[in-house]
Design a protein around this ligand. Sequence first.
Ligand SMILES: [Zn+2]
Ligand SMILES: [Zn+2]
Length: 294
Amino acid sequence: MDVGVWGCRGSLAAPGPETIRYGGNTSCLDVVLSSGHHLILDAGTGMRPLGVMLDNAGVDEVHVLLTHLHLDHLQGLGFFRPLFRPGVAVHVWGPASPVQSLSDRIAIYLSPPLFPVRLADIPSDVTFHDEPLEAVAIGSATVRAAKVTHQGPTVGYRIEEGGASLVYLPDHEPSLGVTLANHPADWTSGYELACDADVLLHDAQYGDDEYPRHVGWGHSCVEHVVDFAAKANVGNVVLFHHDPYHDDDDLEHLLVQARARWTSAPERVRLACEGMTITLDANGVAFGAQAARA
Ligand SMILES: [Zn+2]
Ligand SMILES: [Zn+2]
């Protein structure tokens, strides 16, 4: 599978000269399978330019996998061009709620006064699915979700293809109420989903010094993401969901801290950045940059 990062900012888009190296768009990844299917992880503002690319390429089927419905993971959906093209099949997957269906909750955003077009008037062929807690096949991949600790119904996703595995946990506070280092693995939020993943993209919103002011906000600090990744025995960690108050230099400072904590293989910890590519196949994992955006 070929992964493109179109947005890796958390909470709120943060464009500007201070965030030019790592990007200001909120969460959105495009995962292209060997079968040609597109799995889009979250619908943050990075989904707008991704939609232009997919529209120009004539893509007529996409699967949008939403971790949850906070606006930084949903706002791009209304600006996703394929959504407005008749004949395009848009499958939207997201966390179930005992209160309202997924489509009813998304319609709160896609309706006046927050948005000019009602969800019911969208011209593409939109189908909603609750998160796949049991593995489902989409194209050449197997996709599975698990509920994780955050604010409100939230899931993470694991995508497997050809023996390679990608896990996406952008908003996650596995340390809430526990000390990760000595907490039983099987009782750790997200552990079973992330176990032995080749690549883990994980919430790294805060520096360790910032976390005490944000306990229970649903996010992780450097200590948490590194300890979680080590516990889950993942191959590569990509620090994701950058705080909008962190500029590029702040992020690189967090990377130094993270690498100092993962002493066994510091080079396998990276910062997510817009335009980053990740290829997972039989040859292993390769990181790069999109040619047009490098
Ligand atoms: Zn978020
Ligand atoms: Zn969130």
